[in-house]
Design a protein around this ligand. Structure first.
Ligand code: PLP
Length: 286
């Protein structure tokens, strides 16, 4: 595997960073998760915009331009001969000392890793996922904005651990105000009486798949609402699904033991799954 590391393309064994890198010591950095379909990077501009906005928010100056980052991503794909891939650009604060002061870190570290990727949830796209609402809350926008895709994913990992202990597939976060936020690594939608409803994006990540799904739903003439949701809305929904770069559009069939709808992926979810696939195939066509 070939990795982009600070301007060089090196074999995985040589892709090494310092143990004093603040990405490792403090989770001080940002990243993206991007897909390529048939060798073409999906929604690259949107992902680059979010990466640089995340960096700006944590006062981290990315040492290469967006154009250079785009090239590093494409070249990493080419060098690994990847067609259907998941790409992970990472920018850390760089090497410092054991103190947390970012001024000690003179040069940010830039990494791009790409691996081959298929359907993340396998047969669960047909069956639907089981989920729980976790007790850990999504970090509030007034402290560490969830809009920042930061290297510190402990909040999400705690959520995932809770779901793992309960033997279910996904965790659903609430925010500190008691509204539904998102999944551990994806945005959440409900369907009620034919309308699609999703929470606003102050207290979750502004998902790019979320945006694509909203565009698809709009083009299909489905009613869209963006509003705060609570437990009641989740449990009484006709359909629930999550969206993300890795998960794509994935149906949820059960939440906290409540069967959603008839316990199978609902008709609107299925339509959106199919339409999303068409969009990715179209954008990935030669
Ligand atoms: N929410 C979180 C916490 C995520 O990590 C992700 C994945 O990137 C998403 C939502 C979905 O965002 P996107 O569709 O841009 O991948």
């Amino acid at each position: 595997m070939i990795i982009y590391l600070d301007g060089r393309y090196v074999p995985e064994e040589e892709a090494k960073i310092s143990v004093f890198d603040h990405g490792l010591l403090y989770g001080d950095g940002v990243f993206e998760g991007i897909r390529a379909y048939n060798g073409k990077v999906f929604r690259l501009d949107e992902h680059l915009a979010r990466l640089y906005d995340s960096a700006k928010t944590i006062d981290l100056a990315v040492p290469i331009t967006k154009e250079e980052m785009a090239e590093a991503i494409k070249e990493t794909l080419r060098r690994n001969n990847l067609k259907d891939a998941y790409i992970r650009p990472i920018v850390t604060r760089g090497k410092g000392d054991l103190g947390l002061d970012p001024r000690r870190c003179k040069v940010p570290t830039v990494i791009v890793v790409a691996v081959t990727w298929g359907a993340m949830y396998g047969d669960l796209y047909e069956k639907g996922l089981r989920a729980i609402c976790v007790s850990v809350r999504r970090t509030p926008a007034e402290s560490m904005p969830p809009n920042v895709k930061s290297l510190n994913y402990l909040n999400n990992i705690l959520a995932k651990i809770e779901a793992n202990h309960m033997g279910v597939d996904e965790a659903i976060f609430f925010d500190t105000h008691g509204y539904i936020s998102e999944g551990s690594g994806d945005n959440i939608f409900i369907v009620k009486n034919g309308a699609i409803i999703t929470p606003p994006t102050l207290n979750n990540l502004r998902g790019i798949t979320r945006q694509v799904v909203l565009e698809i739903a709009q083009s299909m003439g489905i009613t869209l609402l963006e509003r705060n949701l609570g437990y009641y809305d989740l449990y009484s929904a006709d359909e629930v699904f999550v969206t993300g770069t890795a998960a794509e559009v994935a149906p949820i069939r059960e939440i906290d033991g409540r069967v959603i709808g008839n316990g199978k992926p609902g008709p609107i979810t299925r339509q959106l799954m199919a339409a999303f696939k068409t969009v990715t195939q179209k954008e990935g066509s030669p």
